[in-house]
Design a protein around this ligand. Structure first.
Ligand code: GLA
Length: 708
């Protein structure tokens, strides 16, 4: 396992299948020679080192008018300062390399830290700047990571949308010039766009299994941006880090600053393999307990919103337990006494139980769960406060605001300034005491329902906020190693690997409409493992879109991720309850394939009437195929779905999961080929495939394939 080698001035970093190669000349700017498929021959490395190179970490004004990774500002005037970062030396161990650069103009030292995740084909990059002088220095920007690629044409794939509409795959060819894609939410990552992108070589985005592309994901729950510059002649440069609007930092004499991490990978044959690499790495190395399956959840939010009491919760728990569900999560609405949280307008911040609703406190709810053999979880949003709350009355000065401006209110709430040590301690102690006070609490859904809209102070304070958020998550996990944490921010507002390296799963969206969830989950799965993507079955008529779809379809969509229920089972029809109970028991049988399996996206929902994907266990002994009909017409009812990557010579028994009987009243003449209990070779499944004969709108199929 060779992760690092030098040939003359050429420094090569290798994962199993990818190489990243720099030219490091002492006292000269760093250069990038190559990012691509693994280079194995030393002769090739030597030849590369003698060829053309691109900037490795350019500084503003260092001899080029192009975009830069690093920019100084003069302390006193509004001008700009040229600087030049030059290579000094390199340090390394088995999986981390530090490239040391010095500024030629000022006593600044820059360390480019590169982690080599050899077995996962992923590089991590972060930068540290230190002011070695005796005066403060203003930095206009400092990128966490910089890459230059010899691409004349490039396409960007990003994951865009907004609340309840997250993670839509948007693809565009980049025109020559600069392009910024980023967010300034401050305390969360996403309002419109996720910090995970693919860049493809050529005018079109790479497909699942063709096209050269790079996948990048920025691990930070605050501001971020990618600044892309395509010169249209020879290269694309990528600067990843703080958003340019909020990038200014001041470094006191002797002070240092480290950026968050960017993770990236490269592949010459499509983004499908990049997704599988990120999933594997995240499950095995990043997400706590990511290799293990999560419990099946019933969450009270869409089932009851704020309208519940002891009895109705006990009924919910009974119905969950009767259906085989393993964890009951009590969402918003359980707290606030002076200002009872009966709507989202008040009570946030007052984390004591509302005894009017729950006279026997939460203990009895936890005890009821225990009696019924299921686990208990609780929703909290500890970084926020309603102006109508005791907390705000006692500490109006704790909120983030801009001096002289009226604080803006979003969802009737304000943000506590977690960068302050006293607020950090209060939030930490409040969360810890909620957990301590409640025997048997095994799960927390940690929410964050707004972003910063105005503030006074330094941008470093916002960094401090996010660091303190991480600090509390770290402390929680060390005090309660078995506690499961769900990462939520109005749905998918904190889906990134900064928060996900400290939480066990995430809520992808408040949109539980299965039709739209297919798109949301499709986009989410580009970088994040479906096994930790919470997906819940909604009630008959979806609360966000008003769409009504069959219960089987609702189950079949949610079962392709971390399965759960977000509806009242007590109000559901007998038929619906039966379908859910069957889905729950089947999910227990197949969830190891979602957790351990590798995702192959087979047919995209974009521009199509159906979508399909499969999970395949690494030893190819089992696979789980999902296919969903989004828009029915008799003419396109029959589709053959080919399944790659099975054992060609192996035989696979096909079992249909969640089948529903054929409805003789449907007059569309679609007669499906029965696959249930058939045995096919891996070669047949790859070359001929399985027919999905969709019989109506929102028909769906789930097939379990087991090597026989
Ligand atoms: C956010 C979450 C929802 C729910 C509500 C409760 O919107 O995304 O799932 O928890 O808050 O107020």
């Amino acid at each position: 396992m060779k992760t690092y080698e030098t040939i003359g001035e050429c420094l090569a970093l290798h994962t199993e299948h990818v190489s990243l190669i720099y030219r490091c000349r002492i006292s000269e700017p760093l250069e990038i020679l190559y990012l691509g498929d693994r280079i194995c021959s030393q002769e090739t490395l030597r030849q590369l080192s003698e060829g053309p190179a691109l900037p490795g970490y350019p500084s503003y004004g260092d001899g080029s008018s192009r975009s830069s990774a690093f920019r100084l500002l003069p302390a006193d005037t509004a001008g700009l300062v040229s600087s030049r970062l030059v290579f000094s030396h390199v340090e390394h161990d088995d999986d981390t390399v530090i490239l040391h650069l010095n500024d030629q103009a000022l006593p600044l030292k820059v360390q480019l830290r590169i982690e080599v995740w050899y077995a996962y084909d992923i590089f991590g990059m972060s930068t540290r700047v230190s002011n070695g002088g005796d005066r403060g220095i203003s930095l206009g920007s400092i990128s966490a990571a910089w890459l230059s690629l010899p691409w004349k044409e490039a396409a960007l794939s990003s994951l865009t949308g907004s609340w309840a509409h997250e993670m839509n795959l948007s693809e565009q060819q980049l025109n020559p010039g600069t392009h910024t894609i980023g967010e300034r939410c401050g305390v969360r990552t996403t309002r419109y766009v996720n910090p995970s992108i693919f860049l493809s070589h050529g005018p079109e985005a790479a497909g699942e299994s063709f096209g050269e592309c790079v996948g990048l994901t920025y691990a930070w729950s605050g501001n971020w941006a990618y600044q892309l510059e395509l010169d249209g002649r020879s290269s694309l440069s990528i600067a990843a880090g703080e958003h340019p609007d909020t990038a200014y930092r001041f470094l006191e004499a002797g002070e240092s600053l480290s950026t968050p991490w960017l993770y990236l990978s490269h592949h010459c044959e499509g983004r499908g393999e990049l997704s599988r690499r990120f999933h594997r790495w995240a499950k095995e190395q990043i997400i706590p307990g990511g290799e293990h399956h999560r419990k099946i959840v019933l969450n009270s939010w869409e089932a009851a919103y704020f309208d519940f009491d002891q009895d109705s919760l006990e009924q919910m728990i009974d119905s969950a337990a009767d259906t085989g569900i393993e964890l009951f999560v009590l969402d918003d609405g359980w707290f606030g006494s002076d200002y009872p949280r009966n709507s989202d307008t008040q009570g946030l911040g007052d984390w004591e139980v509302n005894t009017e609703k729950l006279p026997d406190s939460l203990d009895s709810i936890a005890a009821h769960c225990k009696d019924r053999g299921i686990s208990f979880g609780l929703w909290i949003e500890p970084e926020m406060v309603n102006p109508k709350s005791r907390l705000y009355e006692e500490h109006p000065d704790w909120i983030i605001r801009a001096e002289a401006l009226k604080p803006s209110i979003e969802r009737h709430q304000l943000i506590l300034d977690l960068s302050r040590e006293d607020v950090y301690r209060w939030v930490r102690d409040t969360v810890l005491s909620c957990i301590e006070a409640l025997e048997g609490l095994s799960y927390i859904k940690w929410d964050c329902n707004r972003e910063i809209q105005e503030f006074s102070g330094s941008y470093a304070a916002i960094d401090g906020y996010v660091e303190n958020y991480y600090r509390i998550l770290d402390e929680l996990r060390s005090s309660y190693p078995d506690l499961v944490l769900q990462d939520c921010a109005s749905g998918g507002g904190r889906v990134e690997y900064g928060a996900l390296s400290r939480t066990h799963e995430f809520w992808a969206s408040d949109n539980t409409d299965p039709l739209q969830r297919i798109f949301i989950q499709w986009g989410t799965g580009m970088f994040f493992p479906p096994s930790v993507t919470a997906a819940h079955v909604c009630s008959a008529k979806n609360h966000v879109t008003g769409r009504a779809v069959p219960m089987k379809f609702r189950c079949d969509v949610a079962m392709s991720c971390r399965f759960g229920i977000e509806m009242s089972l007590t109000d559901a029809s007998e038929d619906s309850r039966k379908i859910i109970a069957k889905a729950v028991s089947e999910y227990k049988r197949i969830r190891h394939i979602i957790t351990e399996g590798e995702l192959y996206r087979l047919h995209s929902p974009y521009g199509s009437h159906y979508a399909s994907l499969v999970y395949i266990l690494p030893d190819r002994s089992q696979a789980l195929l999902f296919a969903w009909e989004l828009r029915f017409a008799v003419g396109n009812s029959s589709e053959w779905v080919c399944i790659p990557a099975l054992e060609p010579q192996g035989s696979y028994l096909v079992e249909e999961i969640n089948p529903v009987p054929f409805d003789p009243h449907m007059m569309n003449m679609v007669v499906p080929i029965e696959h249930d209990q058939c045995v096919y070779t891996g070669e047949f499944l790859k070359k001929r495939g399985l027919e999905m004969a969709f019989r109506y709108e929102y028909d769906s199929r789930v097939y379990l394939l087991t090597s026989s």
